[in-house]
Design a protein around this ligand. Structure first.
Ligand code: ATP
Ligand code: MG
Length: 466
């Protein structure tokens, strides 16, 4: 069956082949032929599965939970699919909240856990409202198990663990793909990306998570369709970016996004900057490798620092330009650069204020690291954002930004010696430039970014000229 995109303004007519169930009888893998046991499933998920079953509904574990267990890794969460409608789910569980407008899902709380429970979705049909690129806008038709399976994105995400007999139902060849370590979309790849371009991001993330290859037919359209990401609401992209980059595979995901041209759609300003300067690419790689390492070691990671690094290249370039080519004073140049870069970025990815404000603080502390007078330095040590800003300076030093290494070393030492009333000697290379005045606390017009010019030029923002 085929149909045409039902859009008023059809700028890119596309022929839509519905991903119709090719088979309606799943391949059933009995309990004794797969490794998933109830001991691997969280108590909350089991409680929800049994609760639905006992109330007379079909209930399956599906998605990442089944996939990851079969692939031998610990699932992040357990998703549940059921024949019960949202209102019916709510009647079964006391601790249940219905959320979402496009497609209502239930969040069931079981102890510490929150389980996402979705009613089987019906097939995509001609009656689904779409935009002119083919993206589905409304999605509220319930369906059967088999219809639900073919609405899922990748074959390995459409494996259903049946709580009645502990078998796994495989409708789309997911088990074969798992064995072949292959990520494959269900149905026609181009259509599936057009329906929901976020699937391109999911492909990169899930392939890297499992160490799988993306099937060539699933990979092929991504480069061509990357620009469809512009249609995705910026708030949704913010969440997806965190899943990709505040992640133990952050570096591999970044490289994947760049390889397929997705990064340029998400961070166009950064893409331009890193194409112009190798050092900027190094900074991002180091930041993402260190994020990945922290996630692996269960250390805290924050979107403020991540975005600070992701947007630093265009920010630093713009601040330099405003200060040295347009003649603005340093603080004005930095503020204006931050405003501009952030405003343009928000058009793609909605960064909430609770992250963009600390991000800007991390940036605004950077030039203050160049002021080595003991009084100023001591005061900076008590800045609420000192630790994150210092880590950021280390990052710049590692990336080879001129002058940052000796500054970073000075600040490393200063954190112990300044407390004892002593300042470390100023770095030799800064002295050679004549940029250090030796410890006087004279009034130079206030801090907050007003470091002497010569020192500043050796700093991070003398980028293109260094
Ligand atoms: P993880 O939870 O490890 O990040 P996941 O695959 O479980 O990976 P979720 O966002 O939890 O990701 O989604 C649960 C399931 O819902 C998926 O496995 C997939 O079957 C389905 N799904 C999620 N997003 C989409 C999408 N954009 N298109 C189609 N199906 C999707
Ligand atoms: Mg999941």
């Amino acid at each position: 069956m085929s149909t045409r995109c039902r859009a008023r303004d059809l700028r890119h007519p596309i022929r839509i082949i519905l991903p119709r169930p090719a088979i309606s009888e799943p391949n059933r893998i009995p309990r004794e032929q797969h490794p998933i046991s109830r001991a691997n499933i969280s108590p909350g998920a089991l409680k929800v599965l049994y609760g639905l079953k006992d109330a007379g509904y079909e209930a399956y574990l599906v998605g990442g939970g089944v996939r990851d267990l079969l692939a031998g890794i610990e699932p992040k969460d357990f998703d549940i699919a059921t024949s019960a409608h949202p209102e019916q789910i709510r009647k079964v569980f006391r601790n249940c909240r219905l959320i979402g407008r496009r497609f209502m899902i239930a969040h069931v709380r079981a102890g510490e856990e929150i389980l996402e429970v979705t009613t089987f979705r019906g097939p995509v049909t001609d009656s689904h409202e779409r935009d002119e690129t083919g993206r589905i806008l409304s999605d509220n038709v319930y369906g059967t198990l088999v219809e639900d399976a073919f609405r899922r994105d990748f074959t390995i995400n459409a494996l259903y663990y049946d709580i009645r007999d502990f078998s796994i139902a495989d409708f789309a060849g997911g088990v074969d793909d798992l064995n072949a370590r292959r990520l494959r979309l269900i149905g026609d790849p181009e259509l599936r990306y057009r329906e929901d371009p976020v699937r391109m991001l999911r492909a990169i993330r899930i392939a890297n998570k499992l160490g799988f290859d993306i099937d060539p037919e699933t990979a092929e359209p991504i480069g061509r369709l990357a620009s469809l990401l512009r249609e995705i609401p910026p708030a949704r992209l913010f969440d997806e970016i965190l899943k990709l980059l505040l992640n133990k595979d952050a570096l591999a995901n970044f490289e994947g996004l760049r390889r397929y041209g997705l990064f340029a759609e998400l961070f166009p300003q950064t893409e331009r900057a890193i194409n112009a300067a190798k050092r900027d690419l190094a900074l991002l790689r180091i930041a993402l490798a260190s994020t990945a390492d922290r996630v692996k070691r269960d250390l805290p990671v924050t979107p403020a620092f991540l975005y600070g690094a992701l947007l630093w290249p265009p920010y630093a370039d713009r601040a330099y330009e405003l200060e040295y080519e347009r003649g603005h004073d340093p603080v004005t140049a930095q503020n204006q650069a931050a405003d501009e870069i952030l405003a343009r970025q928000q058009a793609r990815i909605a960064i909430p204020k609770r992250f963009s404000l600390p991000m800007r603080e991390i940036w605004s502390v950077q030039p203050r690291f160049e002021d080595l007078r003991p009084g100023r330095a001591r005061r900076l040590l008590t800045h609420p954002r000192f630790r994150a800003a210092y880590d950021f300076l280390l990052l710049r030093a590692q990336a080879g930004e001129p002058g940052c290494l000796s500054l970073a070393e000075w600040w490393t030492e200063a954190q112990t010696t300044l407390g004892n009333g002593e300042a470390p000697p100023p770095p030799q290379d800064l002295l050679d430039l004549g940029g250090h005045d030796d410890g006087g606390e004279g009034d130079d017009g206030g801090d907050g970014g007003g470091a002497p010019k010569k020192r500043r030029r050796r700093g991070g923002r003398n980028r293109r000229k260094a």
